[in-house]
Design a binder for this molecule. Sequence first.
Ligand code: ADP
Ligand code: MG
Length: 341
Amino acid sequence: MIEVSGLYKRYGNHVAVKNASFSIKKGEIIGFLGPNGAGKSTIMNILTGYLSATQGTATIDGFDIMDNPLEAKRRIGYLPEIPPLYTDMTVREYLEFMYGLKKVKLPKKPHIDEICKIVKIEDVQHRLIKNLSKGYRQRVGIAQALVGNPDVLILDEPTVGLDPKQIIEIRNLIARLGKTHTVILSSHILSEIQAVCERVIIINRGVIIADATPEDLSAKLSEDKSLVLRVSGPESEILKTLQTINGVAEVESLGQRESGTVDFHITPKDTADVRREIFERLSNRNWPIYMLTSNALTLEQIFLRLTEMPVEEPETDELVGLDNQEDTEDSEKTDKKESEE
Ligand code: ADP
Ligand code: MG
């Protein structure tokens, strides 16, 4: 559905995106995860045709965003970081305005009715946008992205600035939309991405440093595959039973940490997954498991590890045919942008 290849974006001397390549299949929900300034919005702005790439290509459903912008854009609904809401309009007026702007061919009233229903803003459709809460405004922002029925939704930090209840509502809405759309959303908060995305692309200083499912990421990056087990029963017998499991390399008793139970540290052989076997053996003996956890890194730890790794400074001369401009104008813009955040 989306193919990005060798994408570079340069603001003056600053390379904001360096050699980004990825592909996204129809129906996937993908998260762009990275600290502020990583280049998430820049990539999204290129995908949606708001910015041109310095180098590289991006196609949506086979249409190149530079060569065939109208066809490509027709397939995309975009919620930018700062939603372009006209706050003196009512919700309905605004959606009708966007309908006209996007030159949508679908029958107007039923189309807008349907969108209001999907994002649950039917009750507020005749209110002025400026009088809505932030959560409702964000829903209106998502509603305008849905005008024209695009296959792809690109949502830039859709939950930023919302309170916890609103965050959950928007998350649920995104999960629902993900059933019928290809969705890309960005966040600098890992739990946001983990909650809704099937795949995460981690971006740091303009470079894609990981592209995997959350589970694969933790599996790939954790050296420690050992488990901690808490079980109720006779310590020495449990120890013997665990030691006879095929795939278990080593078992160590950690003693009692919770009354009436014993903890064990279990090291599996190579990549063996021994959890099912542990469950079956212990349940056969009627020794209830109170806890079984992996010592592997959490995604949070992995994210920190990845983004704190030194990244090669982008070499500007890799960009062919571009002369080095003066730095000053660019750094002013960068400063301004950062102070706004
Ligand atoms: P993110 O969305 O991940 O926070 P951005 O894509 O907004 O990151 O920004 C990536 C980098 O590019 C940052 O260092 C930012 O300061 C810089 N940048 C973004 N827009 C501009 C611009 N218009 N001019 C100069 N630098 C910019
Ligand atoms: Mg951003």
